[in-house]
Design a protein around this ligand. Structure first.
Ligand code: PMP
Length: 389
């Protein structure tokens, strides 16, 4: 037998393991660590959704569902998107229930991309995008944003990056890792370039429910964008359902049809009993509001405290991340994260894990208790003081 490497696909070998994992593994091996590293809610899923899933199991709903998911769930998603974000999708042929937003992203890229097609990715970005584009045969093209501009991508920047190979742009608002929210004016400006160049937008709206200062605007609701948007959303973040692995993708029928074909062969359908829980989750938006208010309070405390101890950061409009600058310390983001973990047992993620433009920053998740955040600030202040000695 030849060596294993020679059997593996060149594409698979090309993909780098996530830079986040390394810190989780290190943090997991230590005692007394405050983790600001993980990207998930600290709430358990509200009881209504759990109860509906238990009832569904008791009722014996253990078969496959229709490929795009239970019609009742798709109907619920359609009315949710309509009432919350003013976008209209037909449950019959425009909505697919997926295994997390992750699978929805994978479907979108696979459905769109031919070898060499370029996808613009606004960075710093969620680690999966460029890997998924590569797996689908496309070429990820990073669009670097900066703290000076609140990590917002500009129309001019997009314009400049477009080539004759550019097919799509990936937008994520509110953003992971920066928390940046693109409001209606930002989206209008960006949309003009997207429409002029006839691009498709893949809009990752997984943090839409966690928008703190304004009512959320979906890019699909901007004039001329609906027909060129594949909208990604799901239950993981706003609904505190990461472990359920449930998301959804909505799109113009012609795109949805092709994504469904891929979904049918790769996944068949999302888990049946969990879909019953998701229906209840969508009917119980009061709980989402309660969780959101709690994150807002923690955001306000944490952003102010970080700035107070000398880690400059803007106030992010959404998600549950803050992305402070560590440049003043003279350390790289990786050195900062590693030394902070070893010295003070606080886990954060180096910004470089989210693309080159993330260097000089670290991602801190405030989806942990206020007491833990207070203790983390104390430890971080001590760490910074130790560097100044
Ligand atoms: N998009 C973004 C921006 C994310 O942060 C995450 C999860 N960290 C996902 C998608 C994937 O979400 P899911 O758990 O629904 O697969």
């Amino acid at each position: 037998m030849k060596d294993y490497d020679s059997y593996l696909s060149d594409t698979a070998k090309q993909i780098q393991p996530s830079g986040i994992r390394k810190f989780f593994d290190l943090a997991a091996s230590m005692k007394g660590v405050i983790s600001l590293g993980v990207g998930e809610p600290d709430f358990v899923t509200p009881w209504s959704a759990r109860e509906a899933t238990i009832a569904s199991l008791e009722a014996g709903f253990t078969s496959y569902t229709a490929n795009p998911g239970l019609l009742e769930l798709r109907q619920e998603i359609a009315s949710y998107l309509n009432s919350r974000f003013s976008v209209t999708y037909n449950p019959e042929d425009q909505i697919i229930v997926t295994v997390g937003a992750s699978q929805a992203l994978d479907l979108a890229f696979r459905a769109l991309l031919n070898e060499g097609d370029e996808v613009l990715i606004v960075e710093p970005a969620f680690v999966s995008y460029s890997a998924l584009v590569t797996i689908a045969g496309g070429t990820p093209v990073p669009l670097a944003t900066s703290a000076e501009n609140g990590f917002k991508v500009t129309a001019a920047q997009i314009e400049e990056a477009i080539t004759d190979k550019t097919k799509a742009i990936l937008l994520c608002s509110p953003n992971n890792p920066t928390g940046t929210y693109l409001n209606k004016d930002d989206l209008r400006e960006i949309s003009e370039v997207i429409i002029n160049h006839d691009l498709i937008t893949i809009s990752d709206e997984i943090y839409a429910e966690l928008t703190y200062d304004e009512r959320y605007t979906s890019i699909a609701s901007i004039d001329g964008m609906y027909e060129r948007t594949i909208l990604i959303n799901g239950f993981s973040k706003g609904f505190a359902m990461t472990g359920w692995r449930l998301g959804f993708v909505t799109a113009p029928t012609e795109f949805a049809k092709v994504m469904l074909k891929i979904h049918q062969y790769t996944t068949m359908c999302a888990p049946h009993m969990l879909q019953h829980g998701a229906i209840e989750a969508l009917r119980d938006l009061d709980n989402v509001e309660i969780m959101k208010n709690s994150y807002r309070r923690r955001r306000n405390y944490f952003v102010q405290s970080l700035n107070n101890i000398g880690l400059d950061c803007h106030t992010p409009g959404g998600s549950f991340y803050v992305f402070p600058s560590v440049r003043k310390t003279g350390l790289t983001s990786e050195q900062f994260a590693e030394q902070l973990l070893k010295q003070e047992k606080v886990a954060v993620v180096p910004g470089s894990a989210f693309g080159e433009s993330g260097e000089g920053f670290v991602r801190c998740s405030y989806a942990t208790s206020l007491e833990q955040l207070q203790e983390a600030i104390k430890r971080m202040a001590r760490f910074i003081a130790s560097l100044e000695k």
